[in-house]
Design a protein. Structure first.
Length: 189
């Protein structure tokens, strides 16, 4: 087995552990999930998790920091690829709707268990979240230059609330289209 193959296998195992943790934390809550539960979900002993994570809190940190990095980086890529502010906003809305529809469990974990993060991880998640919000505020500011940034920030947060709450009730193509239209309407209000 080559180093590259071993590295890939280790990364795949780590991702499987994070996926299992996401599901179990969403289903039961962080406090009600043990390392043994996490290990059983991926077919390893609880202590085998220590080869990948320092403990259960590190699993939660890796999950929520990773998701926040993905949102911030993905949002930045969407904005950079857009031809203008209107296209950037449309793409940001589609990006976030896609995130919410494919990551309902992550949203549940974030909502319920953010306070269980270690302080450093919580700070990093909040910093990344602010970065993501400010991407939206910058684009909204280009489209609505007379509006106060605080008001634009409120619009962005309200839109996230709209988008993030709905995937719990359905994940159809119709849901996606409805969410995108509602978010665009809310942001132009």
């Amino acid at each position: 087995m080559t180093d590259t193959t071993r590295s890939r296998a280790k990364a795949d195992r780590r991702q499987a552990m994070l996926d299992a943790a996401t599901h179990l934390f969403a289903e039961r809550g962080y406090e009600r999930v043990s390392l043994e539960d996490l290990g059983a979900a991926v077919g390893v002993s609880g202590p085998a998790f220590y080869r990948h994570f320092e403990g259960k809190q590190a699993v939660l940190g890796a999950l929520l920091v990773g998701v926040s990095e993905g949102l911030a980086g993905g949002g930045r890529s969407v904005v950079e690829a857009a031809s203008d502010a209107a296209a950037a906003l449309e793409s940001l809305i589609a990006f976030h709707v896609n995130f919410a529809l494919t990551n309902a469990d992550v949203i549940r974990v974030q909502d319920r268990d953010l306070s269980s993060l270690a302080e450093a991880d919580r700070h990093e998640v909040r910093t990344l979240q602010r970065t993501y919000v400010e991407l939206w505020v910058d684009i909204l500011g280009e489209l609505h230059p007379r509006e106060d940034r605080a008001a634009l920030r409120t619009k962005a947060h309200a839109t996230f609330g709209l988008i993030n709450s709905t995937p719990h009730s359905g994940r159809t193509a119709q849901t996606r289209a409805i969410l995108e239209r509602m978010a665009a309407a809310a942001l132009s209000a």
